[in-house]
Design a protein around this ligand. Structure first.
Ligand code: SF4
Ligand code: SF4
Length: 149
């Protein structure tokens, strides 16, 4: 199978965000069928002075090679995917992710992450979120242990 060359990632427009966190609720629906948001959302909206910032997986895939059981793969659409049926819940990827975007919730032993499904984009009443296609090469698929860092 050809390796995917592009992936869709979330882009945030802080000037449009009102901090309502409708996106978090939409995301927790995707992952846990609840509108609690917060710990059950892969995307987090964080107050940043007078504005907001988004915190979410950027699909770089730095974690791909480090899962001991191969539960993390890049899918055909480029998205970094955690297979819940393979994952043993060791939490190594949660500790490893350099931006802390692999999420953990009390509801399930397996972590979870953004799958670029776009539910948050569709839910935002202000158009503050967008899915944009980027080249995987451009988002630097480096793996720390291979580089000796
Ligand atoms: S928590 Fe699951 S996906 Fe993450 S490294 Fe451990 S086995 Fe792999
Ligand atoms: S694109 Fe989907 S999985 Fe990613 S943060 Fe938005 S709702 Fe969650």
């Amino acid at each position: 199978m050809d390796k995917p060359k592009t992936v869709k990632i979330l882009k945030f427009h802080p000037e449009k965000c009102d901090g309502g966190k409708v996106c978090e609720k939409a995301c927790s629906q995707v992952h846990f069928k609840t509108d609690e948001g917060g710990d059950k959302s892969a995307i987090r909206i964080i107050k940043d002075g007078n504005s907001y910032k988004m915190h979410v997986c950027d699909q770089r895939g730095l974690c791909l090679d480090m899962c001991p059981v191969g539960a993390l793969t890049r899918r055909k659409n480029g998205v970094v995917w955690l297979d819940k049926d393979v994952c043993i819940g060791c939490q190594a990827c949660v500790g490893f992710c350099p931006i802390g975007a692999m999420r953990k919730s009390d509801a399930r032993i397996q972590p979870f992450k953004c799958i670029s499904c776009g539910a948050c984009v569709r839910a935002c009443p202000n158009g503050a979120l967008e899915l944009v296609e980027v080249k995987i090469d451009d988002i630097k698929e480096v793996v720390y242990h291979k580089q000796g860092v």
